[in-house]
Ligand binder design. Sequence first.
Ligand code: SF4
Ligand code: SF4
Length: 370
Amino acid sequence: MMKSLFLKREHFQSLINALKSSGYKVIGPKEEHGTIVYKNLNFTEELPQGVQDEQSPGKYRLKKINNGRWFSWSNGPQAIKPNLFSPREFIWRAIRDEKNKLQFTQIQPEITPTAIIGVRACDLAALKLQDQHFIEGEYIDQYYEARRKKLFIIGVNCTHSADTCFCASTGDGPEASSGYDILLTELDTGFIISSANEQAKNITDQLELVAANNEQLAEARQQIQHAATQQKRTLPGRNLRDMLFSRLDHPQWEDLTKRCLACGNCTAVCPTCFCHSEHDETPLNGNDVTHYRQWSSCFTQEHSYMHGLVIRAETKLQYRQWLTHKLGSWHDQYGRAGCVGCGRCITWCPAGIDITEEAHAICGEDYCGD
Ligand code: SF4
Ligand code: SF4
């Protein structure tokens, strides 16, 4: 049986140092503009100490709590999605040469091996879905693949759930079961630590670790269970495909039109959304063009533009597309729903629209799906 190990808090810097000396750029959580964001991380002093998030529909606040922990928050607006699926990706450039011919060149991004500290269970589940979409299907996205191959992940189990979290309902958290290289559970004095592969072991071998004792293991377990029982939101079931598609005329879609601003915030913060649109940047000289793709959303008009017609011009149709894909037809494409219960779309919706409430309203309060 694998021995459980413990990293004392005062030795956490050595984890950052080991990652850096192994050639990784280290990214970790930082407090910025009143939220938690993933940024370059060099020192433990930069981590958000004694900070917890209060989240509810349309609201996010950080508050100080009396502990010396660095991972007491549950999540911020950013998942790790932008580190793999770039919000804007330059694809190719064409230049008119002196013979008036167009020369095309593919733009290759510079990719640095990157280690991300503090990835939550929901975001690991989302990463698995993004892998399915970008690199496990018939067409490989070489930009995503190049970054994914150079990614090293330090997961951290959640010991606190925000009011908007429902990963226990989707089966994706609060404990991480796979997808990480190193996994941490935070206690007051340090971290239970485990490595998932040889590459990770090469890192943890450089750290001063001691055996975790039974009290520490029991406390870690109890904290994760507490985070699960804190969650009050649920989806009506894990497979709502047939139910949603049988209710395409439900009056709730019309009601959503009165509340939804079609701003697309929900899709921008969602760790599983992957739609993009393609554009050209053309200077006025007419001699070159740069082609790029950028994140898009079911809530834009161009998203459903076909042959001179916007198919889903009304907000209710855009929201319906989002929900029926995310919780319905995603099953046909990827074998499960596209929601990992992170709750970001609830928190960052300026109208406070709650995906769990909408799903319950459409399915019926008593419905309890698969
Ligand atoms: S749909 Fe909402 S709760 Fe589900 S993964 Fe996306 S942002 Fe998170
Ligand atoms: S559901 Fe909320 S976040 Fe999403 S488009 Fe509508 S108003 Fe914006």
